[in-house]
Design a protein around this ligand. Sequence first.
Ligand SMILES: Cc1ncc(COP(=O)(O)O)c(C=O)c1O
Length: 396
Amino acid sequence: MTITPLMPVYPRCGVRPVRGEGAYLFGEDGQQYLDFASGIAVNALGHAHPRLTKAIADQAATLMHVSNLYGSPQGEHLAQRLVDNTFADTVFFTNSGAEAVECAIKTARRYHFANGNPQRHTLITFDTAFHGRTLGAISATNQAKMRDGFEPLLPGFAYAKFNDLEGALALIDDNTAGFLVEPIQGEGGIRQASHEFLTGLRKACDEHGLLLVLDEVQCGYGRTGKFFAHELYGITPDIMAVAKGIGGGFPLGACLATEEAAKGMVAGTHGSTYGGNPLAMAAGEAILDVMLEDGFLENVTAMGDRLRQGLEQMIPNHDHLFDSVRGTGLMLGLKLKSDSRAFVAFARDNHNLLLVSAGENVVRILPPLVIDESHIAECIDKLSTAARVYVPAADD
Ligand SMILES: Cc1ncc(COP(=O)(O)O)c(C=O)c1O
């Protein structure tokens, strides 16, 4: 037998973390890494944050799981806090981002069904989008690398170019349910929706009775310096998928919706065994406690500005390699002139700096939201040291 016990769907690298503390990870072999990947935008409070670990430990010792057949004081409390702090009137808790997206798709379809328009089932989505790995979520992207070999996929998606408002509007027909879009594409290469594009989609939804469904799994929960990225645009969605930062490392996601958009989601239409269990809710409460404290989001913006400034100052010294900086807050991308995966591997293996590659040869820089200036200085130092000695392969 040659297959590994862990199904070999990830090209895993040699770093084998066994412990984390703040912005640092420690490998099995004792190596220390500066973690500016944060489990791909998950560890919002860094590793082993005492408030998060205590909340989880206390809850685990009290009550870990009960069925959603019973009343949920824990779920009601966290849902109410999310309602109080967002556009939403109601929340469904999931265990991952893909499940939050699934719930968002179902909520959108069910809205039109409840309105007597079951033919309005098609969501317009966008190129280089990433919504997760379930069959529904891979159907919502036109990226062949996610879809190949998994057909037949879920019908009911149409694909437009990201940031092409006219192209998206041209796809609206009698079957359209709405738009599903990331305000800032993460996997796609830190591609930010233009103001005109996102506000134009909102306007079209209002005019045509469609739903604006946002996927803020990666760009939401404080990452941009706002609680949610759509706040940067002065609009609100009808439905929104959230995950990653919401649990800070505990597997938690959520689908948020307005009362109107959720009108079809009545008893029996959706469910999850684990979704919103007391342990997950304790993690979510602890994250929210910290994130909503005065100054937390302002610090994300300030650190994001400092990091961007540092990156921009560094670029001219290595302009054979670095092209530009993109993104907002602590969701930044460094566009390379050669293969980003090779540079990410080089920085990791030679300079103990963890970053993530994304589309368009962009290196994603997604540190914990609790970093300070010393971490930024260390990151810039590691990046420029790496850039000084890095030689891109001839075919990059
Ligand atoms: C924008 C976006 N949506 C959905 C997902 C899927 O989340 P999960 O891997 O938790 O299922 C991701 C994961 O990277 C994401 O970035």
